[in-house]
Design a protein around this ligand. Structure first.
Ligand code: GTP
Ligand code: MG
Length: 189
C-alpha cells in the first residue's frame, strides 16, 4: 500500500459540491491537539501537507486532501478546544457534528485518533459512541505512543482496549512514524 500523490484541494465550512463528487472520504477525528494533522502528514510522508501546531484549535475548517487521485483524506477540527473562545468552539463543534451526523455524507472509514499516553477520555468515548450509533466504520489510532514509558506500555494498552471495546486499535506515533504501514493498509484497501 502506497501513497503516490497527495494534494490539498480545499477547506470547506459546510455543505459543498466537492463533498458530493463521489470520491470516497476517510475522515480523521479526535480531540484538539491529539495529532490528527500530524497523522495525516505521517501517512503521506510530508511534514507540511496538513498544518499542525502545538496550539490546540489549529484546524478550523473541513480540509480535503486528494490522495492517489482517488480518495479524500478529511482533516477536521478537534473537539474539546479548551483555549478557544466559546463562540468559535461552538461553531467548530457544530461543523464536525454536522459533517458526521446531519449531512448525508458517507465515510469509507472514520479514523478516531486518541492520545495513547493519556488514554481515552470522556470526550473520546462520547464521540466514539456517537459514531457507533451512526454505524460508522471506525478505526482507532492511539497516537503519541512515544510518550508512554516502556514500563507502562502494556498496562496502558490494556486500559485503552478495555475502554474502546471491539474496534481495531493501531498503536501509533506520528513523530516516530510508528504504525504508518498498518494504518495505510486499513484505509487504502
Ligand atoms: P487541532 O487541529 O488543533 O485539533 O490539532 P491536531 O489534532 O491536528 O494536532 P497536530 O497534528 O496539530 O499536533 C498537535 C501537537 O502534537 C503538535 O505539537 C505535534 O507536534 C504533536 N504531536 C503530534 N503527533 C505526535 C506524536 O506522535 N508524538 C508526540 N510526542 N507529539 C506529537
Ligand atoms: Mg489539526
Amino acid at each position: 500500500m502506497k501513497i503516490e500523490s497527495a494534494k490539498f484541494i480545499k477547506g470547506v465550512l459546510g455543505s459543498d459540491n466537492i463533498l458530493e463528487d463521489g470520491i470516497p472520504q476517510v475522515a480523521f477525528i479526535g480531540r484538539s491537539n491529539v495529532g490528527k494533522s500530524s497523522v495525516i502528514n505521517s501517512l503521506v510522508n510530508r511534514n507540511d501537507l496538513a498544518r499542525t501546531s502545538s496550539f490546540p484549535g489549529r484546524t478550523q475548517q473541513i480540509n480535503l486532501f486528494l490522495i492517489n487521485n482517488s480518495l479524500y483524506f478529511v482533516d477536521l477540527p478537534g473537539y474539546g478546544y479548551a483555549k478557544l473562545p466559546g463562540e468559535l468552539k461552538d461553531s467548530l463543534r457544530a461543523m464536525v457534528n454536522w459533517y458526521f451526523f446531519v449531512s448525508n455524507y458517507q465515510q469509507k472509514k472514520v479514523v478516531l485518533i486518541i492520545d495513547a499516553s493519556v488514554g481515552p477520555t470522556g470526550d473520546d468515548l462520547d464521540i466514539l459512541h456517537n459514531l457507533e450509533d451512526y454505524k460508522k466504520d471506525i478505526i482507532v489510532v492511539a497516537n503519541k505512543t512515544d510518550k508512554i514509558k516502556q514500563t507502562e506500555y502494556e498496562e496502558q494498552f490494556k486500559t485503552i482496549k478495555k475502554l474502546i471495546g471491539a474496534h481495531k486499535i493501531i498503536p501509533y506515533s506520528a513523530k516516530k512514524k510508528i504504525g504508518v504501514e498498518e494504518l495505510l493498509g486499513e484505509i487504502l484497501l
